[in-house]
Design a binder for this molecule. Sequence first.
Ligand SMILES: [Zn+2]
Length: 403
Amino acid sequence: MMNEQQLKMLNEEVERTEGILRLAPTWVPRAFMVPGRRLKLHPDDLYAFGKERGGINERWFASTTPADNGPDAEADEGLSYIAIPDGDNYQYALFKDAIASLGEKWLGKEVMDKHGGWTVLTKFFDNKGPIPFHIHQREQHAKDVNKKGKSEAYYFPPAYNQIEQTFPYTFFGLDPSTTKEDIKTCLQAWEKGDNQILAHSHAYRLEPGTGWDVPAGILHAPGSLVTYELQNNEDIFGMYQSVVEDRPVPRDLLVKDVPVDKAYDFDYLIDIIDWEANTNPSFKKDHFRPPVPVQSETEHSQASQGEEAWVVYGTSNYSAKQVTVYPQSTYTLYENEAFGFISMQGRGFIGKQRVETPIMLRFGDMSADEGFVIKNRAKLGVELYNDSMVEPLVLLLHFGPDA
Ligand SMILES: [Zn+2]
């Protein structure tokens, strides 16, 4: 929680900015992945956490979730900071602490009563190759290890995907002809080499400007596009593929979130897989997410100034929208709930705050591409102004549950 002094500073900042707060970039390394180098971080800073910690391949947005990166992780790893100008420098306040103290004002009483805080984790992940085929538990298996289930959703922003890296395909689910015996055989072959589980799945070509919805219990092996991901803020997973790109996956990661006495219970490991959802013959039809333009009176009246589209939708867990403001244009957003934002392209203003999409950032430096808009301001309307002569201003907005 925050002390009086910090609360005073934040309340003054909300007043000064009219509810549009600036957030500092939050970089996260992953020891087991090879970074795709597309997050606009200076190449010399890719291993800023030290080479043993792995390269930086993620950036987290409006995060109240610590990165579960083991004992070597920094105490505040994964957590976002609100940046408050102070002369030529900034004062920083943890977004998580601010929500704990000011959540009722910033998110609304209803959200705090029902969800207890900001429960969506939003990030970019940027990998050179594919992630191992894995699953996030549903509630019924998550509770066995005192965790919550986790769903996720992806969108591939075109401005971050001019380079696709080595494997722009994602395996989702299982072929409808797959039997539980087939998968059991793969899991039993873990130590023999590649357990060939991907032979039972299908890969889909990833298309920049589209996305996918991945509920808990569905196997997936995300490909190499830069992915804007929304998910429930819980760290829970099981890796089901024993070798990826010739790198062995330790069996510990298969049973990381499985009760100790179930580690070799193959029926339990199979049961984690939502069989019906994985073998759905209409998988793409049900889970592919092309953008859906926002149709409303206000939007229509501003059609010459810009456009909005839902890019994450169809779940009550979270949602996300892409807003495009044309060059030399002004566009007003009206939202019912608080939201975080990150700019993909261009420059201009959100309310009184300057927005600039970076070409390159140094680790530890401020950016001007990220922020958070509190609920009352979102409802009043947020004016976006694009002062570029030529480029659109493109923002992604991330919302919590039930927005
Ligand atoms: Zn996942």
